[in-house]
Design a protein around this ligand. Structure first.
Ligand code: SF4
Length: 168
């Protein structure tokens, strides 16, 4: 990288079991911030934005949704290994709920859905992100609050020495 080349924050956006409403909020936030962030952020992985995505080293990984299968667990562990910061996004990622409602099913309902759990290698219980890996920050809410998301991006830009932190 030449000295006058802008250093960029390497960001990933990942989605697990959920309704993806925080992804919608994320894209809405980009309406206001894209022109600035495109100079400061390299989206390493964000399927909502681009076709070409990499599992590579990241400064910040945003993880939306609950963890409900063995495959999810493996992928979240891989994201953790690749990322300096992991941010759980939205209530499903932070606490599991509401995506984890089946955890509270009675025995009869659990029996009725057991063939689905077997077929898709779902975990016996739906987990939050911090049930699986260390989380550095959380954005609660259903969906996340856009102002809090912008604040975390600003903190990350500041922390990793990439351009000025945004205030709004
Ligand atoms: S936290 Fe709410 S908005 Fe976000 S994925 Fe879960 S149900 Fe959807």
């Amino acid at each position: 990288m030449s000295s006058d080349e802008q250093k960029k924050l390497r960001v990933g956006w990942f989605t697990f079991t959920c309704c993806e409403d925080s992804t919608v909020v994320f894209t809405e936030v980009l309406n206001d911030h894209w022109q600035e962030w495109r100079k400061l952020i390299d989206f390493v992985h964000a399927r909502v934005l681009q076709k070409s995505n990499k599992m590579a080293e990241m400064d910040v990984a945003f993880i939306e949704g609950a963890i409900s299968s063995a495959d999810h667990k493996k992928r979240v562990e891989e994201i953790r290994q690749l990322s300096k910061w992991v941010v759980a996004v939205g209530a499903c990622a932070v606490s599991g709920m509401p995506s984890a409602q089946r955890n509270n099913f009675d025995e009869k309902a659990k029996q009725e859905i057991s063939f689905i759990l077997d077929r898709f290698s779902h975990l016996e219980k739906v987990l939050s992100v911090k049930d699986v890996v260390k989380v550095d920050a959380e954005l609660p809410g259903c969906p996340m609050d856009p102002g809090q998301f912008v604040e975390v991006v600003g903190k990350a830009l500041d922390h990793f020495g990439v351009g000025p932190a945004e205030s709004k």
